[in-house]
Design a protein. Structure first.
Ligand SMILES: [Zn+2]
Length: 462
């Protein structure tokens, strides 16, 4: 079956090592149990960056270094929510990153799923109100609607505050930033599914519900770091294949699946590729641990700015954010149909089940590269139905949820694909033109959230 696999020897060495070593789980355990959430602005974030750099060095990567940048930081303060009419009752809540300090009293309005139609239907009745939106997406819409899109529609409707309701029972509030790299214009908090259901029933049964909200968060500038390391190609050292994942998590949990399971796969791929293919790579494979993704893909945006003159030479950016989760280990190309045959061929050679599909989204570190026209994709399953985050972004995204089998499967696919992208002379995708990128940004239905963010940015500037 595998007679047509020109990489059979290296494949067997890499995959055999991955499946007989505990390194990937050991590294994930250090990231989660020693450095906790690794949230932006915490000492654990810096310790995690140092650990990743040390591990890159240990595994033989070259040019290992930190790239420091400044950004708009945020620190959580206490948030209190209280029903003041028609009953008195406190509701447990947490601020969402970039929430400002605020004190607000107003009537509560539910927008349900927070689909574009919900906001259209409710129109100006949202103005000056506190808006309640579920983290779930309408099953009729055919796409997943991100928290930020709901928040930004709420701001555009001139509401006073935003309450995000988890769609998952028993997991407490779901976190996630309100804005990217800047203080949010109105406060946003999150409550559990159960408390959200209570508030919704109260509106339905009593009509008018009035809330008081107090937030005490701080927005101050800070520094963070991308960690970079290379396996330098022997024939075309300037041409790069990038493997990346962010290492920062949200402060309420270990961020074990999102992102650390993907970070562990990046590190594991560095280990086996360095050991078994380090001297045989034609193009350079660059490994990047991005900082501060959770609050606006900031590390990735800074990387793209800093390396603007190298973008033409990036053949592919493969994003492994949360790649060690339960999803099938396929490749989701960001509307690069011309690359499908390369990956189909790789799948044949590798003799594995590897879904290959096309779908794009603007909510992880590939996006700053995509905007610049760089060919991008992420590990995942394009055929999976759009769904929620499960334990992701809740306090229960913990190490015990991650399975070694998924880390191994993800590492094997990432290592074998990287080897092929680095060495196959036929793999040489080129950057999209500015016009082609703009057309994608303007028309792809899964980029609606990006367009709403642009609308809000333009609204504020005018
Ligand atoms: Zn992530």
């Amino acid at each position: 079956m595998n007679n047509n696999n020109p990489y059979l020897d290296i494949d067997q060495q890499m995959v055999g090592d991955i499946y007989t070593s505990s390194q990937v789980m050991d590294n994930l355990t250090v990231l989660c149990d020693d450095f906790g959430a690794r949230f932006s602005g915490t000492p654990e974030e810096q310790q995690a960056a140092q650990f990743i750099a040390d591990t890159f060095e240990k595994y033989g990567l070259q040019n290992v270094g930190f790239e420091t940048y400044s950004y708009a930081g945020w620190s959580r303060g206490e948030a209190t929510l209280e029903i003041i009419e028609p009953i008195h009752k406190p509701i447990k809540c947490i601020s969402l990153p970039y929430c400002p300090t605020s004190e607000i009293e107003s009537e509560l309005v539910s927008v349900g799923y927070g689909s574009p139609e919900d906001y259209q239907r409710l129109g100006s009745s949202i103005k000056e109100k506190i808006v309640l939106a579920s983290s779930a997406s309408s099953p009729n819409l055919g796409r997943w609607v991100h928290r930020k899109e709901k928040y930004e529609r709420t701001v555009l409707a001139e509401a006073k505050a935003f309450i995000f309701v988890s769609e998952h029972p028993g997991t407490g509030p779901e976190t996630g930033s309100l804005q990217d790299d800047k203080a949010a214009p109105i406060p946003g908090i999150s409550v559990s599914k159960e408390d959200g259901a209570f508030l919704t029933r109260l509106i339905e049964r009593k009509g008018m519900v009035k809330l008081r909200l107090l937030t005490t968060d701080t927005n101050l500038p800070r520094n963070s770091w991308n960690v970079v390391g290379d396996l330098i190609g022997k024939e075309k050292p300037n041409e790069q294949i990038i493997l990346g994942c962010h290492y920062d998590g949200h402060d309420i949990s270990q961020g074990a699946t999102d992102p650390a399971s993907g970070m562990a796969i990046v590190i594991e791929t560095a280990r086996v590729l360095s050991q078994y293919a380090g001297n045989n790579l034609k193009r350079t494979v660059r490994f990047i641990a991005f900082g501060t993704e959770e609050i606006g893909l900031i590390g990735a945006y800074r990387y793209v700015d800093k390396h603007a003159d190298e973008l033409d030479n990036i053949r592919f950016m493969f994003n492994l954010d949360a790649a060690g989760g339960k999803s099938r280990k396929g490749i989701v190309l960001h509307q690069w149909c011309e690359l499908e045959s390369f990956f189909q061929q790789a799948k044949q050679e590798m003799a594995i089940e590897m879904p290959i599909g096309q779908k794009v989204h603007p909510y992880s570190d590939h996006f700053p590269f995509l905007i610049q026209g760089v060919p991008t994709g992420h590990m995942g399953d394009a055929e999976a139905a759009p769904g929620g985050r499960g334990f992701g972004h809740t306090m229960y995204d913990t190490l015990d949820k991650v399975e070694l089998v998924n880390l191994r499967a993800g590492s094997s696919v990432a290592a074998r694909l990287s080897l092929r992208m680095a060495n196959d002379p036929s793999f040489c995708p080129q950057r999209r033109s500015t016009e082609t990128v703009q057309e994608l940004l303007d028309t792809d239905s899964n980029l609606e959230g990006y367009r709403v963010a642009q609308k809000l940015a333009n609204h504020k500037n005018s």
